[in-house]
Design a protein around this ligand. Sequence first.
Ligand code: SAH
Ligand code: SF4
Ligand code: F3S
Length: 435
Amino acid sequence: MSKTYYVWPLGCQTNKSDGERVATVLEKLGYERVEDEHDANVIAVIACAIRQSAVDRIYGKFRAWEQRQQAGDLTTLLTGCVLPHDKQKLTPKFDLVFDIEELPKLPLLLAQTNVEETVNLRDQMAYFDIQPIHNSKFRAWVPIAKGCDKFCTYCAVPYTRGRERSRPSADIIQEVKELIAKGYKDIHLLGQNVNSYGMDKRRADGTSEELTFAQLLETVATLPGDFWVRFHAPHPRDFTADVIEVIAKYPKLCKQINLPAQSGSSTILRRMNRPYTREQYLKLTDDIKAGIPNVSLSTDIIVGFCGETEEEFADSKSLMEYVGYDMAFIAQYSVRPGTVAARRFEDNVSHEVKKERFRELTDVLEQTFMVNQQPRLGTVDTILVEKYAKDHWLGRNQHQVTVEFPAPADANLVGTFQQVKLEEVEPFRFKGNLK
Ligand code: SAH
Ligand code: SF4
Ligand code: F3S
């Protein structure tokens, strides 16, 4: 039988990055990647627990998979973010469930489940030493920390990813150097709270055996080469002035920051266990705008959190209007079993009201996006080109805004930086021409 695999990462970039490492291990075992899950003998699901809809997408696959599993044609693996509540229900449906930290042991686990006959134990590696097989030739995700200690009351991540642990900076820098040498142009540093990097390595006297986040950014930004660096996700509480200074100083650090607000209401923020007020968040965005010229801000925001009143929602709306984001990841609150919010508060904002609030914030976002882009019209911007689709080329500027422009289909531009004059704008994309 042929050995083929398909990796299905749901959720955030962390999962996409983990999926690339799962692919590495499967390829070491002789599996070949396929682009369609129907052609795969092994399907590896990298699950996301952030919202019920992400979990439901997995349930939606079972009927089709079961027939193939029974016919002995398919092995299914489950890893990634799974809440204990779902684990019970999902486990019987999969051939193998493993914690992503156990990835180095995957060959052994497959042998124990009789999927693989033998394994060479000497091939085992530490998780971070598994070199990912990158899906892109120009964009790469580099994990700098794992887990989360913040325990926002709505959030599943602390229960699925465990405690916060920083990866040694020497390893991060080595991985980035290798990526640059291979021609990677867009390096994304990843963690649930990237800017608390190194804090877990603090000694009792307050010193740390690790770099601070600002020092790590500076080290990466001063490596030679032609590339961009960005990071996800910073936490507003730990966003220190030295990080603002470093971003302003180095051209390789993109002037784009996703700063999750989650709500614009101080009372909701308190219920969410987000340790800042509306005023502190707004002051931080003012400081960022003052310190980093031409900065582009985006955010994550939740509508319809337990007990969110019209006034509290209006605070989120006015926060978005005040800050003027270029992008926002607006989520309708979804109860996560086992979280503090699920135990303590009632999910009492109706589905319709959540939808309406989502729509209202989307309208605000469109307006702030359009206002922000006006001064950029007519300027020439550097675009990292991603693909050719439907008669034009598509790329993104350092603000992550999509830019489309015409050029011959065979121009071979993927993964190159191009100078493009921005000539028209519509919600969430520019149209322009090569300079
Ligand atoms: N660590 C990051 C984000 C992690 S999760 C941070 O602190 O901002 C990604 C986003 O999913 C969150 O920013 C939040 O907006 C959203 N999210 C998390 N839990 C959610 C829930 N229960 N319902 C709806 N959206 C949620
Ligand atoms: Fe979830 Fe909050 Fe941690 Fe972000 S900081 S991963 S929202 S608990
Ligand atoms: Fe990411 Fe979802 Fe896990 S958003 S960290 S994959 S719960």
